[in-house]
Write a protein that binds this ligand. Structure first.
Ligand code: GAP
Length: 514
């Protein structure tokens, strides 16, 4: 039997391709594994998400500024950041299927299966007890739930120890003892676990003798750290302050699948917030909350989000969590919020020999600031928005439609202009309205097929509003404005269009509600 979640992901992939959102990269050559291109609508949606993030972070916060650092960086950067030595994934192969997996992901997926069992017990009990059900008390006292929780805790403890001590032999034993099988071959015939560095490298320089091995950045954050001093001095910044940037990052992912969720070339939107040492935990909580509110402001159901605290902290962190999202393939990491201590700046001080301290005039002291980082993948956010807006609806008249219920301020096309007929001066009137609106909104003009078919086409690409021009428009300059989600139509004066549409679709209106 097919898995409904996999079916939904497949549906979204094919919808994204059919309507010009996302294409496999270099598809004429059969594509390149885990690399994707954004099409005519996808690039608009991506730009809008990026802009919404940028404005929420940089424009709305007086103490945050943005930069755009280069992808290529001095190779010592990656030694100092720890990526040369520690940016590894533990990988394991199944000898029968020849498929390669991340050993840590296999264990995490096993834990998730036990969690699903707990959730099922809770759901059953909630139905049985009705209104009087106390979930917390039930979980603390039910023997079956307790047993599952004990299993999770024991696996987590051992798993964390293995990863911290780089004990790959025990990690393999753990996988074997848990009875984890390869989803393809169904066998437990595993190789040893090995570490694999995820950075892509290339050569800089024209001749082999003076060429230098450099890396494609695996995170944008280091571009911020190495510019800390420049920005702090030239921007006359006062702690606490943040530096934000968006841009490409590259990772040679071992398990690269699930569409744009895990890619080898992707885009990050990161912000490093520099604070006085020992105040970092309060800022960590503040940014966890601020980022969560940003997500909720998109109008996506709160149920689709959850926090997940990291068990294994990265080499630079003293606290970290993920905001996870209910993607079609289950709850997965969408954004990370990390308390990165003073690790990065201190390390760059050591490797560069430069003083990267901040002089704090309020306490008359110099120190290396601590850092709270918020880091979100733009492509993952794109998938979150796309997958949660895809709906197949049965309408009252028995027909069906596919509609992308994108937040209007993110939709690639804001308004479609549709003359009812291709004659009687209606296209000319439509052209006049296009001229009026095109400076403020991304528009699409369509005069082909029946009006019903044209509405369906706009629903499928997520256009929030359609304007129809009919014979009455020629007499009194009114048009019908159709709303995508309700399909309601109202007759309004064409003169009012800019004001009304601006209120309903502009980014600034959405930002005001944040
Ligand atoms: N600077 C911290 C950092 O890079 P991370 O958790 O490795 O932390 C941050 O990455 C975010 O980048 C993730 O939450 C995810 O949204 C995105 N991301 C990471 N690897 C990705 C990949 N291979 N494809 C798409 N997005 C990815």
């Amino acid at each position: 039997m097919s898995n409904p979640n996999e079916d939904l992901l497949k549906t979204i992939i094919s919808h994204a391709k059919e309507y010009g959102y996302v294409f496999p990269s270099s598809e004429v050559y059969d594509g390149l594994s885990a690399v994707y291109d954004y099409g005519q609508l996808g690039s608009e949606l991506k730009n809008n998400i990026r802009q919404y993030w940028w404005k929420a972070m940089v424009q709305l916060n007086e103490n945050i500024v943005g930069i755009d650092a280069a992808i290529f960086m001095h190779p010592t950067t990656w030694k100092a950041s720890g990526h040369v030595d520690a940016f590894n994934d533990p990988l394991i192969d199944n000898k029968d299927s020849k498929k390669r997996y991340r050993a840590d992901v296999l264990v995490e997926e096993h834990i998730e299966k036990i969690r699903v069992k707990i959730n099922k017990e809770v759901e059953k009990a909630a139905k049985r007890f009705g209104e009087s059900f106390d979930e917390k008390m039930y979980c603390e006292t039910n023997p079956r739930v307790q047993e599952y929780q004990k299993q999770i805790d024991e696996i987590n403890a051992r798993f964390k120890k293995d990863l911290e001590e780089n004990n790959l032999t025990d990690l393999k034993t753990l996988i074997e003892e848990l009875g984890i099988v390869c989803p393809i071959s169904g066998s437990r015939n595993w190789t040893d676990v090995r570490q694999f560095n995820l950075m892509f490298s290339t050569e800089m320089g024209s001749v082999a003798e003076d060429s230098n091995k450099i890396y494609l950045r695996p995170e944008t954050a280091q571009g911020i750290f190495v510019n800390f001093l420049n920005v702090y001095k030239t921007g006359r910044m006062k702690i606490p302050f943040g530096i934000a940037q968006t841009g490409k990052a590259f990772r040679n992912e071992i398990v690269a699948r699930q569409f744009i969720f895990r890619m080898r070339e992707f885009e990050q939107m990161e912000m490093q917030f520099f604070v006085r040492p020992s105040t970092e935990m309060q800022w960590y909580e503040k940014w966890k909350n601020a980022r969560y509110q940003w997500h909720l402001s998109l109008g996506i159901s709160e149920k689709k989000y959850r926090f997940h605290d990291h068990i294994k902290l990265a080499h630079y962190a003293n606290a970290a969590c993920d905001i996870e999202f209910a993607f079609p393939m289950g709850f997965k990491e969408l954004e990370g919020i990390h308390s990165r201590t003073d690790f990065d700046l201190k390390s760059h001080e050591q490797y560069s020999g430069k003083n990267l301290k901040y002089f704090d005039p309020e306490i008359n002291e110099s120190y290396v600031p601590y850092v709270i980082e918020t880091s979100i993948g733009l492509d993952r956010m794109f998938l979150a928005v796309l997958s949660s807006s895809y709906k197949e609806e049965k309408l009252a008249d028995g027909t069906e439609r596919v509609v992308l219920q994108l937040p209007p301020f993110l939709a690639p096309v804001k308004v479609a202009v549709l003359p009812l007929m291709k004659k009687d001066g209606l296209p000319e009137k439509a052209e006049e309205i296009m001229q009026q609106l095109k400076f403020d909104f991304n528009l699409q003009y369509d005069e082909k097929d029946s009006i019903g078919k044209r509405y369906r086409r706009q629903d499928a690409i997520g256009t929030p509003y359609c304007i129809t021009i009919d014979h009455q428009t020629l007499q009194d300059n009114t048009v019908t404005l159709r709303e995508r989600d309700t399909m309601q139509q109202e007759r309004i004066s064409a003169k009012e269009l800019t004001g009304i549409l601006n209120k309903k679709t502009s980014l600034s209106e959405a930002l005001k509600k944040l």
